[in-house]
Design a protein around this ligand. Structure first.
Ligand code: KIV
Ligand code: ZN
Length: 501
């Protein structure tokens, strides 16, 4: 029992957030990304809640094959019938049914009593079992439920056939020790607990969702209910990336997951953009600053050995590399690192001199960019180059085969090539490739607008792999094809001027 099952509820609990609603096509895209990520269960929706949710569960069940597809219901026969209908296409379908078990829910919300709630819980599980073998029961507001009564309900639903028992801290009320003790209480006091998997489902109202889920795992839970980026009702749910990376990074946990952590960042970005939910910059694992270092002491430490200040290798979550952000608090080591990366060598005295000027600039700006650095050292990236762009002509538009002619000055000699492509960039890049007689690969190409409007200046960043190394090229121009070719030539110039590996 060392496997920790990852139950993703981004498309159900996450999607309940106002403004985060997705259409069916978008939900399928997220479900496919979750499948690629390697989650074990996808909670695809609450089918009785709307025809749109019903359709989404049907379509996800058709599109996704590996994970179990789960549908939520209340402990109501109609809900269960509709969920079963929506899950028909699923290779492995699960009905997730349940009812509130805290005094708040029993008396104030459901206007009932503990015996009746127990009876309704058992009835719902038995009814769901008529349709699917895999039935998960949730004891809503278990976080504020009395442990003795909760144990009684859990024992009864397992006897009725529940395969998974979910212990939600619906209001995010518990503290980690308390939640861990609740799970342990169930492990020790529910006679048939070995016949079901215990699941955590924690909300983040006190910022404890991840800690509570992990406390649950330490005490016997073997499924965690999570969302990408921790989105969900109010302050959100436990975030998938935090649990997965805690389990992977700290060897204290007696479990492991089968999530491909290298796809975490990509999945986070997809969910954030489709749901219009920006990720806070300091969010653990997936925030913009999660692997960015800005103070001089930290930057120096990271440049000497990444592990001085990083407990996770950024590559493990799909982040290319740690970011050394240049600000007024940066030291010489960080400045030198960036100048080296741009292809300019400064040591000792010459570095001190640039550093003094860098500090003056950094005091005026929040962050010093590559373009600022080039300005600072008084060069544009093309000066002194062995390779430079002499002429570029591009033919593009509707009903035309895109074509580009490029003239390069190569060590003082002008050389020209023409190529066709699937667009003007492709044609121009192909023409440049023909002119360079050694292999390279463009593995990153980014165009950004600097100002606004059709007379905008486009800033281009190109990353080239060649000679076993990485080379960066930059340029800016009102004509983005020209800027792109210049940026490529800039990177290639650094490549051909380098000493190889
Ligand atoms: O938070 C909660 O209790 C839930 C249940 C419906 C599982 O989302
Ligand atoms: Zn919830």
């Amino acid at each position: 029992m060392n496997k920790l099952f990852i139950f993703d509820t981004t498309l159900r609990d996450g999607e309940q957030v106002p403004g985060c609603q997705l259409n069916t096509i978008e939900k399928i895209e997220v479900a496919r990304a979750l499948e690629a990520l390697g989650v074990d269960v996808i909670e695809a929706g609450f089918p009785v809640s709307s025809p749109g949710d019903f359709d989404a569960v049907v379509e996800i069940a058709r599109a996704v094959k590996d994970p179990v597809i789960c549908a939520l219901t209340r402990a109501v026969e109609k809900d269960i019938e509709v969920a079963a209908e929506a899950l028909k296409a699923a290779r492995r379908g699960r009905i997730h049914t349940g009812i509130g078990t805290s005094p708040y829910h029993i008396f104030n919300k459901l206007k009932s009593n503990p015996d009746e709630i127990l009876e309704r819980a058992v009835k719902a599980v038995k009814y769901a079992k008529r349709f699917v073998e895999d039935v998960e029961f949730y004891a809503e507001d278990a976080g504020r439920s009395e442990n003795e009564y909760l144990a009684k309900v859990i024992e009864a639903v397992i006897a009725a056939g529940a395969t998974v028992v979910n212990i939600p801290d619906t209001t995010g009320y518990c503290l980690p020790q308390e939640y861990g003790e609740k799970i342990l209480y169930l492990v020790n006091n529910v006679k048939n607990i070995d016949q079901a998997v215990i699941s955590t489902h924690c909300h983040n109202d006190l910022g404890m969702a991840t800690a509570n889920s992990l406390a649950g795992v330490m005490n016997g839970a073997r499924q965690v209910e999570v969302t990408i980026n921790g989105i969900g009702e109010r302050a959100g749910n436990t975030s998938l990336e935090e649990v997965v990376m805690a389990v992977k990074t700290r060897k204290n946990f007696p479990v492991s997951t089968t999530v491909n952590s290298k796809l975490i960042l990509e999945t986070s970005r997809l969910v954030s953009s489709l749901m219009n939910m920006p990720v806070q910059p300091n969010k653990a694992i997936v925030g913009r600053n999660a692997f960015a270092h800005s103070s001089g002491i930290h930057q120096d430490g990271v440049l000497k050995d990444r592990e001085n200040y990083e407990i996770i290798d950024p590559a493990d979550v799909g982040v290319d590399e740690s970011a050394i952000v240049l600000t007024a608090r940066s030291g010489r080591a960080a400045l030198k690192h960036h100048l080296d990366r741009l292809g300019y060598r400064y040591e000792n005295g010459s570095l001190d001199e640039v550093y003094t000027r860098f500090l003056t600039m950094a005091d005026k700006k929040k962050q010093v960019t590559d373009v600022d650095l080039l300005l600072l050292i008084g060069r544009d990236s093309a000066s002194g180059a062995r390779l430079s762009l002499k002429l570029l002509q591009v033919l593009a538009g509707m009903s035309t085969v895109p074509m580009a002619t490029v003239h390069l000055m190569m060590d003082g000699e002008e050389k020209a090539e023409t190529a066709e492509g699937n667009g003007p960039f492709d044609a121009a890049f192909k023409a440049v490739t023909r002119l360079i007689d050694e292999p390279f690969e463009v593995d990153e190409f980014l165009i950004q607008a600097i100002t606004r409007g059709s007379d905008d200046v486009g800033k281009v960043h190109v990353r080239v792999k060649g000679r076993g190394r990485i080379f960066y090229g930059f340029s800016a121009d009102t004509d983005i094809v020209t800027a792109s070719v210049r940026a490529l030539v800039d990177a290639l110039n650094k490549m051909i001027s380098s000493n190889g590996r």
